[in-house]
Design a protein around this ligand. Structure first.
Ligand code: UDP
Length: 236
């Protein structure tokens, strides 16, 4: 298979169909724009299982994504999309960069859901932008942003309910959107402990990539635990 692109945690391969792509999840983990790097055994397999299960669950509940099917332990067949160069971060609880930037304690629950918009630019460290920047930079139209916020809200509702059922709190997550060959704007991203903050409902223990970022230990076991809990909650 022809490798089209290799990212930090995934590889992208060409398929016979021009509108499809194969995405393979790797064991590699990196943080702080590659300052920190490690291989976490089994992460690719767990992330593929988690993301496939979550994207199938969203599809069953009316949220379309690039995901078509899981091919094997670490690979997914997906629709090829043209990505919008923006990231949406959905925050239910203050944590991470938002806590740091505003001098807030991690764990504060805001009255409303917070949506951050970031420009996808590793050179600029994915800076925070607002809707008007996005439109002015030609990254999205106001109509597209409206659609993106509405779908993000629905994804948050569905995932929060599922994580709750699995004994976990969905603190925040990052998603990206893209346009398919037939012009549809859809969710086009992974949903994994690499891109979501997840805390144990009972103990508050961190169950996501912060275990790697912050050297909290039990990284491999955590990805396995999240996969086990979610697949059980989904009867899979
Ligand atoms: N996130 C991500 N990719 C990024 C930036 C953030 O997947 O390039 C996720 C991150 O894992 C967390 C959420 O988005 O679940 C919010 O991240 P935050 O802005 O707090 O940044 P961080 O603390 O990860 O630097």
């Amino acid at each position: 298979m022809e490798l089209l692109h290799e990212g930090k945690s995934k590889q992208f391969f060409k398929t016979d169909n021009d509108e499809h792509i194969i995405i393979r999840f790797k064991d590699d983990a990196s943080a702080f724009y590659n300052i920190k790097y490690a291989k976490i055994e089994n992460k690719g397999k767990m992330n593929c299982a988690i993301s496939s299960a979550l994207l199938s669950y969203l599809a069953e509940n009316g949220v379309k994504s690039h995901f078509i099917e899981k091919l094997d332990d670490t690979a997914q067949l997906c629709h090829l999309v043209e990505h919008k160069q923006i990231e949406i971060i959905v925050r239910n609880v203050i944590a991470g960069s938002m806590a740091k930037r505003l001098g807030l304690e991690e764990g504060i629950v805001p009255e409303n859901t917070i949506y951050d918009l970031c420009l996808c630019s590793k050179d600029l460290s994915d800076p925070l932008i607002n809707d008007h920047h996005a439109v002015a930079l030609g990254l999205a139209t106001y109509d597209e942003l409206k659609q993106i916020y509405a779908v993000s809200e629905r994804i948050n509702e569905l995932l929060t309910a599922l994580f709750d059922k699995a004994g976990m709190r969905l603190i925040d997550f990052k998603i990206e959107f893209g346009r398919t060959a037939n012009g549809e704007l859809i969710l086009a991203d992974e949903l994994t402990p690499d891109t979501c903050r997840i805390w144990d409902k009972a103990t508050g223990e961190k169950l996501d990539k912060d275990r790697f970022r912050r050297d909290l230990g039990r990284v491999r076991e955590t990805y396995e635990e999240v996969a086990k809990r979610l697949l059980y909650a989904l009867n899979k």
